[in-house]
Design a protein around this ligand. Structure first.
Ligand code: ADP
Ligand code: MG
Length: 733
């Protein structure tokens, strides 16, 4: 059957394969189109005759193994009628048991005699401490003449497969589709291909599915990675170009206005980085096109001051600024700290307020109706130069008089769509500044945040105390935990305050309050053993036991907002000594008098997240101490992660390590959605150079041919990507 010559990859699979097969592929592997199937790449390859290492198979894994039958016996079942055939296969060293019950696979099982080699596919289970495959699908070499043709190749592709569609059936289906694919239109422009020494797409697809040797696999992989990187970068380059073409109101701070008055009030000198980025931002704000800038910097590096100065410049120019925070607690805290930094400058119209001052309004979901109405009025009338809020700011009902700048704090919890919703609130699009304390490696910035310009604060303000971090291994040294509580009592004795962080809220919940890069579901040895420490259990335990007599408060995401705010306020006012909390305290919370943090079951958190958490202590002049309490055994991967956190204060290095330890889908925030990621080949961390090259090439092409008029195949590939994006891919919400 002839396929659509312009976009054969978009054709439904039943155009090429039988209806039954197409249905099965859709149902069990979510493969609907020709493109889906040919982009269902082999996970690995095995040389024909080279047996799979059986020792490495993990219980629960869906596997296809190449092995040789060692023994096979048929016996009667003990308690039921019928027979069972038990086959032991080997890789020459280790063994794996295959079990067949009557009927079904029986005929295949029957052919499994010592010496026979084949492929066996199924889910590894454990029975009496022995790994086995129950009723595996089998493919015997030299067996079925129908299948023989598909297996003449030297390298056998091993596909991500299911028992319903085992790997060797995929091999056959892929071959059938490749036969039908005559010419594959190439999304990469000729110039890009020749400059980077890349084979055509059709060639790459053939090589990836039917390679003769590993060299061909490499050639195919390079080309396919380029596809992914290039198409993604085209999408981002277009996004940038579109944003750059939008009109925006220029915002130039009036001389001797709010900003000048604020700078004069600052009790410290700006760091060189703060000054430099401040200049970048004022240049952006003075443009007729909206700024799209990402401001990243360690916790405590002074981003908020930079953002506030940008907001004041806009207010000086007659506009308004909105500051969007991810949680109520953070919005409240921003309000407090902005008000404190501004002093009389935030009290316009009030007794003692400065003449050139403005007002800061708070708008969150939990305000009383009256307070909410007043805040909305202040925003709509322009009375409030700065409006701080949560998602509530995104609602249609909220109007601004003249919104000139949107600052988004902690980017990772806001999706592109939400940013767009807020931007739509201005009569022309406001300028946008996104702040994040999660250090983002360069290539992730180029992919996930590829439509933003990036500024990085690399130095901490002077006078910041160093944080010492220690791992407290309670499984080997239980008395260390007592020492930790003693240390905490001493610290409180000196008038300081303490955080105790737990991964969970209560006894019966899994991972609420987990931060953006939390690994609550990560299954290593320890998490399988027992549930992680919970605030609801730890707090009473401390009250009655090791911290008896201290003033202990509790904070987590499930408390009513008033209670959360009251607790935070009490902690900030030193009315509490110890705060037992989940990661709600992770971002932005700023109590300079807090000097110690104990993280319980610290191995349940990601490295970046621990780094973020410990940024909460040592914000004042006293040195900070972070204790990572864990039961993870010495030399386990979990322990190594904690040791890494203890050994460096470099957030960038940790986030790089974190990324390397995680699957690609997690990097781009897609794994939870269960959807296939658009990136199959590309590894955001390892392929940094390739991504950078693709970015340059894509930017050049979009400049040259913004509508991609000369690249019909690229337009199709882009449409496919944007479909995937719409399905949640680039959205990080
Ligand atoms: P971030 O938002 O990056 O975590 P903040 O802007 O909240 O950091 O700054 C952390 C603390 O450091 C605040 O108390 C702030 O007032 C203070 N700070 C900011 N810039 C400087 C500076 N240049 N010198 C001294 N202290 C500073
Ligand atoms: Mg901050």
């Amino acid at each position: 059957m002839a396929l659509n010559a312009h976009h054969p990859l978009g054709e439904a699979l039943h155009r090429v394969l039988s209806d039954d097969t197409a249905k099965k592929l859709a149902k069990s592997l979510d493969l609907d189109t020709v493109g889906d199937l040919v982009r269902h790449f082999p996970r690995r390859y095995e040389k024909r005759g080279e047996l799979t290492r059986l020792r490495d198979l993990e219980i629960g894994a869906d596997v296809t193994v190449q092995a040789e039958v060692k023994t096979a016996v048929t016996r009667r079942m003990k308690n039921r009628s019928g027979v069972i055939r038990e086959v032991v296969v080997t890789d020459g060293r280790d063994t794996l048991k295959l079990t067949f019950f009557g009927k079904g696979n029986w005929t295949t099982g029957d052919k499994l005699n010592p010496g026979v080699r084949g492929l066996f596919s199924g889910t590894i289970s454990a029975f009496r401490n022995e790994r086995q495959l129950t009723q595996p699908a089998c493919f015997l070499f030299g067996g079925d003449p129908d299948d023989a043709e598909a297996f003449t190749d030297e390298l056998i592709p091993m596909y991500p497969a299911t028992a319903a569609v085992p790997s060797w059936q995929l091999t056959k289906h892929v071959h059938a589709v490749l036969e039908a694919l005559d010419v594959v239109p190439d999304p990469l422009p000729d110039k890009v291909r020749s400059q980077n020494d890349l084979v055509s797409l059709g060639e790459a697809l053939r090589l990836i599915h039917r390679p003769r040797d590993y060299g061909q696999v490499q050639v195919a992989r390079k080309r396919l990675k380029w596809d992914e990187a290039f198409v993604l970068q085209i999408a981002l380059a277009q996004r940038r170009a579109a944003a750059r073409a939008l009109p925006a109101v220029r915002r130039v701070a009036a001389k001797d206005g709010l900003l000048t008055a604020f700078d004069a009030r600052l009790p410290f000198d700006l760091t060189a980085g703060q000054r430099e980025i401040g200049n970048e931002i004022s240049m952006d704000l003075a443009c007729e096109h909206p700024m799209h800038r990402l401001l990243q910097g360690e916790v405590g590096s002074g981003k908020t001051v930079v953002a506030l100065r940008a907001m004041l410049a806009v207010v000086d120019a007659g506009g308004q600024a909105a500051l969007l925070a991810p949680t109520e607690v953070l919005a409240q805290q921003h309000l407090r700290s902005l008000s404190a930094m501004l002093g009389p400058l935030a009290e316009a119209g009030q007794l003692g307020g400065a003449e050139q001052g403005t007002r800061v309004a708070l708008l969150t979901g939990s305000l009383s109706a009256a307070a909410r109405k007043r805040a909305m009025l202040d925003a709509a009338s322009g009375e409030a130069g700065i409006v701080v809020g949560t998602h509530a700011l995104l609602q249609d009902k909220v109007d601004f008089f003249d919104l000139g700048l949107v600052v988004v704090d902690e980017q990772h919890r806001f999706g592109v769509e939400q940013r767009d919703a807020l931007r739509a609130k201005g009569s022309s699009p406001p300028h946008l500044l996104v702040m994040t304390a999660t250090p983002i490696p360069r290539t992730v910035a180029m992919t996930v945040f590829g439509d933003l310009d990036v500024s990085t604060l690399t130095e901490l303000p002077a006078g910041r105390s160093p944080i010492a971090t220690h791992v407290v291994p309670v499984s080997e040294k239980p008395h260390f935990l007592e020492r930790a509580w003693t240390r905490i009592r001493e610290e409180v004795g000196k008038g300081h305050q303490v955080y105790v962080v737990c991964p969970r809220i209560g006894a019966d919940d899994a991972d609420e309050d987990a931060g953006p890069d939390g690994h609550p579901g990560e299954l290593d040895e320890t998490s399988a053993r027992r549930p992680a420490a919970a605030v609801a259990q730890v707090a009473p335990m401390l009250v009655e036991g090791p911290l008896a007599g201290l003033r202990i408060g509790v904070l987590h995401g499930r408390l009513p907002t008033e209670e959360k705010d009251a607790t935070m306020a009490a902690f900030a006012a030193r009315e509490l000594d110890v705060l037992v909390a989940t990661t709600v305290i992770e971002v932005g919370v700023d109590v300079a008098n807090a000097t110690v943090m104990a993280v319980l079951d610290a191995d349940r958190f990601g490295m970046s997240q621990l780094h973020q958490l410990r940024g909460r202590v040592g914000r004042g002049s006293a040195p900070g101490l972070c204790l990572l309490v864990t039961e993870a055994p010495e030399a386990s991967p979990a322990r190594e992660r904690l040791d890494a956190v203890a050994s460096t204060t470099d957030g960038f290095a940790l986030s790089q390590l974190d990324l390397e330890a995680r699957r690609e889908g997690d990097v781009l925030g897609t794994s939870q959605s269960g959807r296939r990621s658009s990136l199959r080949m590309l590894q955001v961390v390892k392929d940094a150079d390739l991504i950078a090259e693709a970015r340059v090439a894509a930017t050049a092409l979009v400049e040259e041919d913004p509508a991609l008029a000369g690249q019909p195949a690229l337009v199709n590939a882009l449409a496919d990507l944007l479909d995937a994006e719409r399905a949640g891919y680039l959205e990080k919400a």
